[in-house]
Design a protein around this ligand. Structure first.
Ligand code: SAM
Length: 342
């Protein structure tokens, strides 16, 4: 891992093998300042959304104000710009209601806005309630935006030369093709099956619905299931590695778990296959270093180690650090097992 000296000399609690991964319990705004300039190949993160999500304090307070949220986004993104190597990418999840402020904040920090990906799913729960007369204040969410931005290339440097010399600056199109044999060009729309689609797609599955519409509209149309797809994180995936942690019954999940207790109580766990796809897209293969300043339960880090990248995560909340630590340990072992010769 690059910069082991600065990493080992940090004061906040530090976990991990410091080879594949490191997890720091700290405030990201403070800890990012310790990371040297131009030392990280990609930042993949899922920062607070500024919507007071499920009443979580990390997403409320000053961040629930639009200007405060944008200023916060600019502050962390400035540090991200400094620590990224030139041509390195930032991929950041956002929320539909505040993504415009996230994008503006990241742009104000001096990163180039490259794209806005859409992750579509069909399992969202309406955020409003149905009132008399069949009206409500909100639609049912069916997508999340993912911002793609890049640290500018050195002045006067062409992309071709920069990629040749550093491996950074471009997206891995072949590595993220949904159909590797025919190397179909990946799109900026990602689809999620429903959890139960493992055997056969359910009637409301986005992939099935869009495929059916495409088929009925144009004979011979290419099915959209050729796009990359990813289910929401399943209970099994969320819990893997957390078996020794205490299980808690949380109101947040009672509708999904039928009141069953779980160890991974983070409310916004991202699916590993989606995080792995983003990792392959923006972090060059061969041990590049991925940073997530808002690690939560560690999904992005688990994806990074599964893809053979090195990972540094920062998480402030003491409730989530043990969960991220347990999951990172679990998936690092799995990655080592699957790379053993048979
Ligand atoms: C949206 S969640 C990330 C969830 C994660 N992607 C997962 O799959 O579990 C954002 C996380 O950022 C953390 N956070 C918020 N502000 C922070 C700060 N200033 N420093 C470090 N962590 C922070 C919160 O505690 C929360 O766990």
């Amino acid at each position: 891992m690059s910069g082991p000296t600065w990493l080992r000399s940090t004061r906040p609690p530090l976990f991990g093998d410091l080879h594949n991964w490191a997890l720091i319990q700290a405030d990201a705004l403070a800890f990012l300042q310790v990371i040297p300039n131009d030392s990280v190949d990609a930042v993949i993160t899922d920062p607070p959304y500024g919507i007071a999500f499920k009443g979580e304090s990390w997403d409320g307070d000053l961040l629930a104000d639009a200007d405060g949220f944008q200023a916060f986004s600019t502050t962390w993104a400035r540090e991200v710009r400094r620590v990224l190597r030139p041509g390195g990418y930032l991929a950041s999840f956002g929320a539909t209601k505040t993504t415009h402020r996230l994008v503006a904040g990241v742009e104000d920090a001096g990163l180039e806005i490259r794209d806005q990906l859409l992750w579509l799913y069909s399992t969202g729960v309406p955020k409003g309630r149905r009132m008399p007369g069949g009206v409500s204040s909100a639609l049912r969410p069916a997508y999340e935006p993912i911002l793609l931005a890049r640290k500018p290339l050195p002045r006067g440097r062409t992309l071709t030369r920069h990629v040749e010399e550093t491996g950074l600056g471009a997206l891995d199109i072949d590595g993220t093709s949904a159909n590797p044999p025919d190397r179909s060009w990946p799109t900026n729309v990602l689809l999620a099956h429903e959890e139960r689609c493992a055997e056969a797609c359910g009637p409301r599955c986005t992939v099935r619905l869009i495929d059916e519409i495409a088929k009925s509209e144009r004979r011979g149309a290419r099915p959209v299931s050729r796009l990359f797809y990813s289910t929401k994180a399943t209970p099994t995936e969320r819990e893997a590695g957390c078996e020794a942690l205490p299980k808690i019954t949380s109101e947040i999940f009672s509708s999904k778990t039928g009141g069953r207790a779980r160890a991974n109580v983070h409310p916004t766990v991202k699916p590993l296959d989606l995080c792995r796809w983003i990792t392959r897209l923006v972090a060059p293969p061969g041990g590049s270093l991925v940073l997530d300043p808002f690690t939560g339960s560690g999904s992005i880090g688990c994806a990074a180690v599964l893809e053979g990248r090195q990972f540094i995560g920062i998480e402030r909340d003491h409730r989530y650090v043990p969960i991220a630590r347990a999951r990172l340990t679990h998936w690092t072992r799995q990655a080592a097992r699957s790379s053993e010769p048979r």
